[in-house]
Design a protein around this ligand. Structure first.
Ligand SMILES: NC(=O)c1ccc[n+]([C@@H]2O[C@H](COP(=O)([O-])OP(=O)(O)OC[C@H]3O[C@@H](n4cnc5c(N)ncnc54)[C@H](O)[C@@H]3O)[C@@H](O)[C@H]2O)c1
Length: 257
């Protein structure tokens, strides 16, 4: 028995057009799942979906803004009409807004909370009912090491990001407690630093930060492409049938220092 085999499962991935979400979508497909890729940018989404299909797997692209209830509802309907069920939900979509409580506009605050937190609430609101009926589900929420760690350097102050990612961990625990009785596990991951669209022009351009991160991090480096996939697959598979409400930091030990 392969505990990590996802053959016959249907996985929905938000934020699948780039970065960690796109990598996870390919990993799900390689593990045997049919994948629905959700994000706002149609061209990027179509390109990633084609890449997965060209590798011989089933994948569909569904344009979705996770912060918009009508868009989420329509997207979930589209996935269900295509695949008939949803076994796995990876809530990866997110934005990393910089700024302090003094500098952030209320619009920036609301936008971050709407994508990073409300997006998970909305996706779950429309997917959990059919998971409950089928008594099976795996929900994986991408939080961040910034849910529990912060930095005082001006270039790295991200108060709404800290708040939103801590909220993701709280939401994960609440949902886990409610839905374990239905065979649904809900867990969260806290990536440390990984190269992606989100970080390539910000943190990866900040040499002092990169040097400090690598010096402090026991692994002495940022995460490599694909290094979040193992924990994602664990939380998405039968291997985690009795593991719920957990928050694992995937940071090369950065949070230990
Ligand atoms: N890269 C890192 O170092 C790092 C570290 C910790 C946490 N994270 C988290 O990982 C997740 C993925 O980030 P990434 O680094 O791959 O960056 P990324 O910018 O490449 O990916 C974010 C994805 O979310 C999508 N998205 C944003 N707003 C959306 C919306 N309203 N509706 C639908 N999709 C939307 C983007 O289009 C993109 O596909 C995020 O939640 C991020 O906070 C990343």
């Amino acid at each position: 028995m392969n505990l990590f085999d996802l053959s016959g499962k249907v996985a929905v991935v938000t934020g699948a057009s780039s970065g960690l979400g796109a990598d996870a979508a390919m990993a799900y497909a390689e593990a045997g799942a049919d994948v629905a890729l959700l994000a706002r940018r149609k061209e990027k989404l179509d390109a990633m979906t084609k890449k997965i299909a060209n590798a011989g797997h089933h994948a569909i692209a569904v344009v979705c803004d996770v912060s918009d209830e009508e868009s989420v509802k329509a997207s979930v309907d589209t996935v269900l009409s295509q695949y008939k069920k949803i076994d796995i939900l990876l809530n990866d979509a997110g934005v990393a807004q910089g700024g302090s409580v003094e500098s952030l506009t209320t619009q920036q605050w609301d936008n971050s909370m709407n994508i990073n937190v409300k997006g998970i609430y909305l996706m779950s609101k429309y997917i959990v009912p059919q998971m409950k009926k089928r008594k099976y589900g795996r929900i994986v929420n991408i939080a961040s090491v910034n849910a529990v760690l912060a930095d005082k350097a001006d270039a790295l102050v991200r108060h709404v990001y800290n708040a939103s990612k801590a909220a993701v961990v709280g939401l994960t625990k609440g949902m886990a407690a409610s839905y374990a009785q239905y065979g649904i596990t809900v867990n969260a991951l806290g990536p440390g630093l990984f190269l992606s669209e989100m970080t390539q022009d910000t943190l990866f351009k900040h040499q002092e930060f990169l040097n400090t991160y690598s010096a402090l991090c026991p692994a002495s480096r940022p995460g490599n492409k694909g290094e979040l996939n193992g924990p994602i697959l664990f939380f998405s598979s039968d291997a985690c049938s009795y593991t719920t409400g957990q928050f694992i930091l995937v940071d090369g030990g950065f949070s230990l220092t």
